[in-house]
Design a protein around this ligand. Structure first.
Ligand SMILES: Cc1ncc(COP(=O)(O)O)c(C=O)c1O
Length: 492
């Protein structure tokens, strides 16, 4: 039973976002496929961390596995051939989903990170070449800079604007103009920020190509709620984790490589499954062509067999409907949070990134402040959420750039903190910059997905409203000495 205020709020929401009505079939889907959420009163708000699977995906997968004997795909036996057929069927389904058949090669990996590491270790970085990253990137993209550095490649970061945390276009233009004509230049950015939800324009791909860059598009946080057709935008490399798209299976991701680019990659080693031929005596090997040269050892073939099932499920729900629903809920959540005030009129919430749904996806990242403008510790808010069955995400989400930009955290902040406390840990650093500078390197992230509904958004808003007029909270039972940032009392 919904309360009157919930009913009124829902009516107001529908009046504000009438297009939400076109997604009502997702409520029915939630009841049938994601019933475990409401059965246990769980409010799931971390779809960017991981998607949720439909019950039927697991059922269908179990039926598939139980129907036949499936062996290691590296041979020609009947059980092996059946496995190969399943893996190749999944590969075709992936290429088709991303509008990439004929133009791209799909390499199965363990996750998006595995896809990104392939690019890092195989891209022909050289002392003349360049690596250009955006300050908004997951650490699994940031980490590619270490491969570049080892090769003597110059690494640059394109900065973000404040407060929207979008790319600073003039600075980006200047950096893009610096490609080395005779060397390999790689530009890497996320289609959607996993920190702010900002969607970076996919037109950047063509612009970067024109200026002599190869482009790596990290689509891991984008593809669960947005259609992505590679043939239309032609990125050279694309990274994906399937559990983020449809929850199940975990342990499988994909690197999509534009065929014309495949020959440019240089694998640093070979392994079982990746060679046509290898000798011990001659110390020679011939790498397999295409995806096989990148799929080290035995593929996760059982899980890969579930990828096509997941894609069919997403198609049945309708990626455009999911997109619409998530956009409506995001717009509503943003408006309600922005309007929240303490009794003294001061705002309760700071949103990181754009305040509207224009060029932004279903992620809302924020911090709460007390009536005097002091930061409320996000770990305390997470604790409160957990007590109410709400699953959300806190921290910096493995993407340190946007938080550093928004809060003006500098290298000097790190240096000062380290000098004061050589045993510096992230919690202590956070405590230090929060107490002394009112800054927060971390935040609270809410994200929507396929099974999200209005009630989920409202439950989070109720939690937010309960922080009205609260004063600065301590972290559980732990008290810190503000000067030294050492724990002086741990009551837990
Ligand atoms: C934008 C982005 N890129 C890459 C990753 C890494 O994905 P995985 O941990 O599945 O390898 C994530 C995960 O949160 C992400 O959000």
């Amino acid at each position: 039973m919904h309360s009157t205020s919930h009913t009124n709020a829902y009516a107001e929401f529908l009046a504000r976002y009438p297009q939400y009505r076109s997604t009502f079939h997702l409520d029915a889907l939630r009841a049938v496929e994601y019933g475990r959420l409401d059965e246990h009163g769980q409010i799931y708000l971390d779809y960017t961390g991981a998607g949720l699977h439909a019950a039927s995906q697991v059922r269908e997968h179990a039926e598939l596995l139980n129907a036949q004997a499936l062996g290691n795909p590296h041979s020609a036996s009947p059980s092996s051939s059946r496995t190969t057929a399943l893996v190749e069927g999944a590969r075709r389904a992936v290429l088709e989903w991303f509008g990439a058949e004929g133009d791209y090669t799909a390499i199965f990996t363990a996750n998006a990170t595995g896809a990104l590491k392939h690019v890092g270790e195989s891209y022909p970085f050289s002392p003349k070449g360049r690596l250009l990253l955006t300050a908004d990137n997951h650490n699994s993209v940031n980490g590619i800079r270490e491969f570049a550095r080892q090769a003597g490649t110059r690494v640059s970061y394109a900065p973000l604007t404040v407060p929207e945390l979008r790319l600073e276009m003039l600075a980006l233009e200047a950096l893009l103009a610096g490609a080395e004509p005779d060397a390999a230049n790689l530009f890497a950015f996320p289609a959607q920020s996993n920190f702010t939800g900002v969607k970076h324009s996919l037109d950047l791909i063509a612009g970067a190509h024109d200026r002599g860059w190869d482009v790596l598009l990290d689509a891991a946080a984008y593809v669960s709620t947005n259609r992505l057709i590679l043939r239309e935008i032609q990125p050279d490399f694309v990274s994906i984790s399937f559990y983020k798209m449809f929850g199940y299976p975990t342990g499988v991701g994909c690197l999509l490589v534009r065929n014309a680019m495949l020959g440019k990659l240089r694998r640093p080693w070979f392994a079982g499954g990746t060679v046509n031929f290898a000798t011990v005596g001659g110390r020679r090997h011939v790498l397999s062509p295409g995806e096989a040269g990148f799929e080290d050892g035995t593929l996760n073939y059982f899980s890969i067999a579930a990828v096509g099932i997941g894609l069919r499920h997403l198609a049945g729900a309708g990626i455009d409907a999911i997109h619409t629903r998530v956009e409506c809920l995001t717009g509503w959540l943003l408006e309600q949070l922005i309007a929240m005030r303490h009794s003294n009129g001061r705002p309760m919430v700071r949103i990181y990134g754009p305040l509207t749904t224009t060029m932004r996806g279903g992620i809302v990242t924020m911090n709460f402040y007390d009536p005097d403008g002091h930061l409320l510790d996000y770990r305390r808010v997470e604790e409160l959420a957990g007590q109410q069955g709400i699953s959300l995400r806190t921290g910096c989400f493995c993407n340190p750039g946007p938080g550093e930009t928004a809060e003006g955290i500098t290298d000097e902040d790190f240096a000062v903190a380290l000098a004061r406390n050589p045993d510096l840990t992230l919690p202590l650093f956070l405590q230090m910059i929060a107490h002394e500078g009112g800054k927060s390197a971390g935040a609270i992230r809410v994200s929507f997905g396929i099974a999200s509904n209005f009630a989920d958004a409202q439950r989070f808003l109720q939690l937010a409203a309960s922080l009205r007029d609260q004063t600065r909270l301590t972290i559980g039972e732990t008290t810190f000495d503000i000067e030294s940032c050492r724990v002086i009392r741990d009551g837990s």
